[in-house]
Design a protein around this ligand. Structure first.
Ligand SMILES: Cc1cc2nc3c(=O)[nH]c(=O)nc-3n(C[C@H](O)[C@H](O)[C@H](O)COP(=O)(O)O)c2cc1C
Length: 179
């Protein structure tokens, strides 16, 4: 079973997560590089597409797409990846390190809405979704604190406890999930 992790990250948490997934699964990894990597333009929905990827998506049974959520949206670099490579993608797993908690996933800025959007585009090509809210590495009184989660990035120091356990379950699931 051939798998590739494809990721976009602005501040590093999704890069960290993507690299951890690729190391655990011992699989290929590639970064999505927007032609114009200007965060403020993305927020205004101005996006000129991504540079072409080196890997051929057709060669992989599973693509694990990893990236952040901004303003409750499927962000332009990830949307562009999905639409550009739609035909080549066999099955896709969508993963995000985001701000929204599991409890608030279906609210306006929740990751649940983005999962639905990815599912609507990819239909049965999308076989699994997983969020790793940054609050998992914050103390209980800071889990919902926007300021705290904006300033927190995944690293070897904080990737332990609940997030580590959820990560291990995720890897087990990915290993057995049928395509
Ligand atoms: C402008 C902005 C808007 C954001 N909006 C959301 C949001 O609507 N929902 C959410 O779950 N997280 C939101 N976040 C949090 C990011 O998804 C989170 O910080 C993520 O881990 C950043 O990933 P990166 O370090 O790979 O860039 C937002 C972050 C920024 C900077």
């Amino acid at each position: 079973m051939k798998t590739i992790v494809v990721y976009y990250s602005n501040k590093g948490s999704n890069k960290y997560l993507a690299e951890k997934i690729s190391k655990s699964l011992v699989c290929e990894i590639e970064e999505i590089k927007p032609r114009l990597n200007i965060f403020l333009l993305f927020l205004m929905s101005i996006h000129l597409g991504n540079r072409s990827l080196k890997h051929d998506m057709k060669e992989f049974d599973k693509v694990i797409l990893c990236g952040p959520i901004w303003m409750g949206k499927l962000i332009p670099p990830l949307r562009s990846f999905i639409t550009t490579y739609f035909q080549q993608i066999n099955k896709l797993i969508f993963v995000t390190c985001c701000g929204s908690t599991y409890a608030k996933k279906d609210e306006k800025f929740g990751h649940g809405l983005v999962f639905k959007e990815v599912g609507n585009i990819l239909k049965d090509k999308c076989i699994y979704y997983q969020a790793f809210p940054i609050g998992l590495v914050l103390p209980d009184d800071k889990k919902e604190d926007t300021d705290a989660f904006m300033k927190t990035h995944l690293n070897d120091e904080n990737f332990k406890g609940e997030i580590q356990e959820r990560f291990e379950s995720f890897i087990e699931k990915v290993n057995v999930i049928p395509v």
